[in-house]
Ligand binder design. Structure first.
Ligand code: PLP
Length: 393
């Protein structure tokens, strides 16, 4: 058998990521490949760094995309900042806090877990109690936007508390970057990582990161070598660093970086505050429709992420059947529950380019159609009016 070219179907991606990619980004990625030390490419890298500083709202010199997905950005933060024996307090309120624990332990560190309810924000008081009980802790880590549950935590307050106990702060902003207010400089977050496939409207595969001066100091004064050669920032900076002559470290994913550059230009042109407001506006419209249908959100209102909507699956409804009918009949992908929430929730993403009125109405129409056909207990014919009403308000 002769294998032919691959032509993916045209889906609408409204799950937890990847989300719909802007056609401008896809077009940028198809431009001619340059050498990774070509001066024209190197100049573009500097623009990517400047645009990322804007997206993160930071002046940090060490701000760049890691050549691998969000999980590699997470690992970059931990392998560079944690040395064997270091105590790290991790606030966990979903799946991704569990990955942080894995990272700390693989670095030879001691992870102190502060558990919060899944579907809720991290409780700052519990963090403070843990810091009082662990005066030797060196780092506090938490997830700003828990994609597994749809809850946002108060990163500013958590960072403030951590600094009062002389800890560095590592925050996961994979889903929050460009979707929810995030101010890395003002909030004094020392190490932060994100991903390109959530609210940046870009393809998966890159992880923007940023490190404060205090974090860079910590990395430079390490007693032991960073256990990962690829992610060792002392080496990566030889390629991505400031004024020094760039030296080969690894071959940058050239065309993927064209895509990120374009995505960041789109974000700059829209304006960060406008992007945050757009995510909120469409979340409110989706919410009106979901509630008009008689479905309910899992996360309490004040702790909800606009870009990730966790909806309780009504009693007796076949989770997998709904998602497969949405995919086959409507070309629409929504997310399943993850970890403790598997089978209990659907996760509807409104991220980046996918966050628009058309998708809100498409998702509500599709979900209502499928649920009615499966004879689920939903109210018919009210969701669209509620959503359009909210969009016009
Ligand atoms: C998606 C996600 C990650 C992992 O990113 P990958 O690109 O899948 O490696 C980490 N943390 C959070 C909060 C995420 O949503």
């Amino acid at each position: 058998m002769k294998i032919g070219s691959f032509h993916p179907p045209q889906r609408t991606l409204m799950g937890p990521g990847p989300s719909d990619v802007s056609p401008r980004v896809l077009e940028a990625m198809s431009r001619p490949t340059l050498g990774h030390l070509d001066p024209v490419f190197v100049a573009m890298m500097d623009e990517v760094k400047a645009l990322l500083k804007y997206a993160f709202q930071t002046g940090n010199e060490l701000t760049m995309p890691v050549s691998a997905p969000g999980s590699a950005g997470m690992e970059t933060c931990f392998v560079n900042l944690v040395e064997p024996g270091d105590k790290v307090i991790i606030c966990q309120n979903g799946v991704f806090g569990g990955r942080m624990k894995e990272n700390v332990e693989r670095c030879g560190g001691i992870a102190v877990m502060v558990q919060d309810e899944w579907g809720r924000a991290v409780d700052p008081q519990k963090l403070e109690d843990a810091l009082k009980a662990n005066r030797d802790a060196k780092i506090v880590a938490f997830v700003h936007a828990e994609t597994s549950t749809g809850a946002v935590s108060d990163a500013k307050t958590l960072a403030e508390i951590a600094h009062r106990y002389d800890c560095l702060v590592i925050a996961d902003a994979v889903t929050s970057l460009a979707g929810s207010p995030l101010k890395v400089g003002e909030w004094k977050i020392d190490a932060i990582y994100s991903g390109t496939q959530k609210c940046l409207s870009c393809t998966p595969g890159l992880s923007p990161v940023s490190f404060s001066d205090a974090a860079v100091e910590r990395i430079k004064s390490r007693k032991s070598k960073v256990q990962s050669w690829f992610l060792d920032l002392n080496l990566v900076m030889g390629y991505w660093g400031g004024n020094a002559k760039r030296a080969y470290h690894h071959t940058a994913p050239i065309n993927a970086l064209y895509g990120l550059h374009e995505a960041l230009v789109i974000l700059q042109d829209e304006g960060l505050e406008n992007a945050w407001a757009r995510h909120r506006k469409h979340h409110l419209a989706l919410r009106s429709g979901i509630e008009a249908m008689g479905l309910a959100f899992v996360v309490p209102e004040a702790e909800r992420l606009p870009q990730l909507n966790a909806i309780a699956i009504p009693e007796g409804v076949d989770d997998a059947a709904v998602r497969s009918m949405l995919l086959s009949d409507w070309q629409l992908e929504i997310g399943a529950g993850l970890g403790a929430m598997a089978g209990k929730v659907w996760r509807i993403g409104l991220m980046g380019h996918a966050c628009n009125p058309r998708n809100v109405l498409l998702c509500l129409s599709a979900l209502e159609d499928v649920l009615v056909r499966l004879k689920a207990p939903v109210k018919r014919g009210e969701a669209l009016a509620a959503a359009t009403g909210s969009l016009m308000a």
